[in-house]
Design a protein around this ligand. Sequence first.
Ligand code: GLA
Length: 384
Amino acid sequence: MHLTKKITKQFRVRFHSHPTLIVRAPGRVNLIGEHTDYNDGFVLPMAINRSTWIALCPRDDEKVITYSLNRSERVKFSLQKKLNHRGVRWGEYIKGMTWALQNAEYELKGWNGFIGGDIPIGAGLSSSAALELATAKAFSEVSGFEWDGTEIAKLAQQAENKWIGLSCGIMDQLISAIGVENHALLIDCRSLETQAIPLPPDTTIVVLDTTKRRGLVTSAYNERRLQCEAAAKLFDVPALRDVSLEEFETKVHQLDELTARRAKHVITENARTLQAVEAMKNSDAKTLGQLMNESHDSLRDDFEVTVDELNIMVDCARKQEGCYGAKMTGGGFGGCAIALVQANVARQFAKNMAACYRISTGLIPKTYLCRATNGAEVVNYPPA
Ligand code: GLA
């Protein structure tokens, strides 16, 4: 049974009424441009066909009540009382989004919701951004405010930064809000201008989940961001986006060794991302794959956000026939890698990958062939 049917059914069980609509917000992979978003740089993510769905119905009062397929607890709060951090973890993303919308003076109305999703949690595919954006979409539908995907994504990022405490950039929330079917999106994280770019013909992105879940990521992630900001100060610029490779090379001897490596990753990664866009425009899968390989190596050696499982997965992928390139995707420290693969061998590739990774680690990976979808949207009105 499709998840939208399941959540519709469960909604009826819990609320003894029918949901009036279903909203969806997708997870994402990032083709290239890792840890560049909070440096005002370039990223190239695509929204994927794994999502968070909410079946919902407006309420007559100011309450929000939600259940989830994957959890037994309920999340319930009032829009007229000060929100607090008590309650279950998944509820924090819903409350955080609500808090950010209210802070921006959106008039919100109450709703009942039942949530389901198929984005693995904590796997680096942005399940939290998807939950935030699905929540925002639900509010927009029941409260009747206009949906400006970029503005809402900025608020979702605030929820993440200030309510959850992760100093993430804008990428995950923005792609979940405004993804474009069959395209990756080049995002300039300073101007927030975007350009939709299709994958090279006859290629597929395969998601390779190490099943190694991220541990204490928040502190390591926030630390990387601080290191980048410190590096930008040393170059006397607002963000590392403003440092060219030439400038970096002239000044590198003035930086300590660690700061130099962190900065080098970001500066070279921005350049690679723009080269990747050119490669895609030229339908050049080979060059795109090579750039993805270089991105991973830089994340492993200079930015140091990979773990053994990710490196093994990527090594396995690069050995397989039909693989143009592979890298970790998202924040790192566990989670998923992606590979750019010849479409006609993608299934065989996924099979071979599972075997290679299992032999090397003893872990059983998950693999998904994915396609690019639209960002947050109303999917349908469920049958009564
Ligand atoms: C996480 C963050 C993003 C981005 C990536 C790394 O997914 O949420 O903002 O920094 O890591 O590219």
